[in-house]
Design a protein around this ligand. Structure first.
Ligand code: CAA
Ligand code: NAD
Length: 283
């Protein structure tokens, strides 16, 4: 089996990036969202990033047009009925994701692989709600998708070797580097990254330093491209909180306790860059 037609579900910051890299690699992509507005925004983001690539002479106009031609948009999940691979990138919520996977299991052809871009939710539990658990896998892209080289590929306990191999090959066709990991809370990426971000939030909460100072320490002192609070705003504080809750619940260890200040910001709707305010204010 080979992958030709792909559906990406969720046209937010991750889904639009995933659709873009598949289209650039020549795959036929259907971009799906429940909201027309999100679809339009997601498609416009792809057009803008491709145009920027042309401006910067990283691609020619014809390559941009070719990539755009590969993408269609739809609000109908039923349009996944001829897809070989579906990548789900909706909100980080288990109920929403399992509902989508149950529907996909009915809609998609029997051979199709169902992948999730979840940051932390258990792939094993998502696979278990389908009739094809051996064809369910985590395909975890990093933000911003067009720039970051890693795809963390997470094997649920039920994932078959054939499914893993096909997803690894597909990742390489996107010009990305696959890394294989097993399904435990936070996988590798967020198990290591999120406690650092949470600790940075505790240093704000405890008045150790201002956000700018904390970010400066980590950028200049540790050569991180972004400070942890700038990165938290970029990822989305709601997503950061979901991930810390999964780590806390999954390991039952108080070292993963989400900082109360993170909870407060999320309750206030201060979700970072996407809502205009987080640890920083965005115009
Ligand atoms: N979307 C797409 N492309 C972007 C982008 C975005 N949001 N932001 C920047 N870029 C691209 C642009 O093409 C830009 O090049 P041009 O200006 O020439 O077009 C290039 O990246 C470099 O950008 P900048 O010069 O403006 O800024 P920079 O040198 O600081 O790089 C960055 C930007 C690549 C985002 C860098 O700051 C970085 O690597 N930050 C850390 C990102 C990171 O850690 N990501 C992982 C998050 S965790 C995760 O994703 C997993 C999870 O489950 C939460
Ligand atoms: P986002 O809020 O930017 O986008 C989510 C999109 O999903 C929205 O456009 C929303 O309308 C759509 N949506 C919600 N329910 C839907 C449904 N039932 N069907 C179709 N579309 C639906 O979120 P995001 O930051 O792109 O994150 C998406 C997923 O990727 C999450 O699981 C997140 O944990 C994961 N992820 C995020 C990052 C990050 O840095 N933000 C990095 C890696 C992985």
């Amino acid at each position: 089996m080979s992958v030709n037609k792909v559906m990406v579900i969720g046209a937010g910051q991750m889904g639009s990036g995933i659709a873009q890299v598949f289209a650039q690699a020549g795959f036929e992509v259907k971009l799906n969202d429940i909201a027309d507005e999100s679809l339009n925004k997601g498609y416009a983001r792809i057009e803008k990033l491709l145009s920027r690539n042309v401006e910067k002479e990283r691609m020619i106009e014809q390559e941009k047009e070719n990539a755009l031609k590969q993408i269609s948009t739809t609000t109908k999940l039923e349009d996944a009925n001829d897809c070989d691979l579906v990548i789900e990138a909706v909100v980080e919520n288990m109920d929403v994701k399992t509902k989508v996977f149950k529907q996909l299991d009915d809609i998609t052809p029997k051979h199709a692989i169902l992948a999730t871009n979840t940051s932390s939710l258990p792939i094993t539990d998502i696979a278990a709600v389908t009739e094809r658990p051996s064809q369910v896998i985590g395909m975890h892209f990093m933000n911003p998708v067009p720039v970051m080289k890693l795809v963390e590929i997470i094997r649920a306990i039920q994932t078959s070797d054939e499914t893993y191999q096909l997803i690894e090959e597909t990742t390489k066709k996107l010009n990305k580097n696959p890394v294989e990991v097993n399904d435990y809370p936070g996988f590798v990426s967020n198990r290591v990254l999120m406690p650092m971000i949470n600790e940075a939030i505790y240093t704000v909460y405890e008045g150790v330093a201002e956000p700018e100072a904390i970010d400066e320490v980590m950028k200049l002192g540790m050569n991180h491209p972004m400070g942890p609070l700038q990165l938290a705003d970029f990822i989305g504080l709601d997503t950061c909180l979901y991930i810390m809750e999964i780590l806390h619940e999954g390991f039952g260890d108080s070292k993963y306790r989400p900082c109360p200040l993170l909870r407060k910001y999320v309750s206030a709707g201060w979700l970072g860059k996407k809502s205009g305010r987080g640890f920083y204010v965005y115009e």
